[in-house]
Design a protein around this ligand. Structure first.
Ligand code: 5GP
Ligand code: ZN
Length: 141
């Protein structure tokens, strides 16, 4: 069972010990504006209990995250008149995580904005892909 972690900034914000520009709150989550936003309206969905990352989250809790993300996405798109929205989430330092309390970013996007969510599209090898799919399929069981 997840609980709060003493030295965690998002535990403190989500539970109201540190103020934030909150846009939504329920028993499980606080949603507030990012302090250093990628764009105006950049929001963070943060559980009130501490999970380091997505792998730690139990199914029941994880199932609550995406309905909230779609709600926030619709709200920021409408309020900011955004052309699009990124919903994204980083796990571990190498993947860009800097605050080690699970959170989901909802970032309104505008034509010609400065946000960069991209990667090089590598070529794939059909045999290697088939092997990988088998390995991953086994891991999913
Ligand atoms: P990550 O890189 O871990 O996916 O995202 C962490 C996010 O939290 C960053 O976008 C950063 O700007 C935001 N952030 C870090 N500290 C604070 C804070 O004290 N308050 C708020 N509102 N956002 C924060
Ligand atoms: Zn925490």
């Amino acid at each position: 069972m997840a609980t709060r972690k003493d030295d965690c900034i998002f535990c403190k914000i989500a539970n109201g010990d540190i103020p934030s520009n909150s846009i939504y709150e329920d028993d499980d989550f606080k949603v507030f504006l990012d302090l250093s936003p990628a764009n105006k309206g950049h929001a963070l969905i943060v559980p009130k209990v501490h999970y380091d990352n997505a792998y730690e989250m139990d199914d029941e809790f994880a199932a609550k995250v995406f309905p909230l993300a779609t709600k926030v996405a619709r709200a920021v798109k409408k309020a900011l008149n955004a052309d699009g929205v990124n919903i994204l989430q980083n796990n571990e330092e190498v993947a860009g995580q800097t605050v080690f309390h699970f959170h989901m970013h909802v970032i309104p996007r505008f034509k010609d904005d400065t946000v960069n969510v991209s990667w090089v599209q590598n070529e794939s090898n059909p045999e290697e892909q088939a092997k990988l799919a088998e390995i991953l399929k086994a891991e999913m069981k």
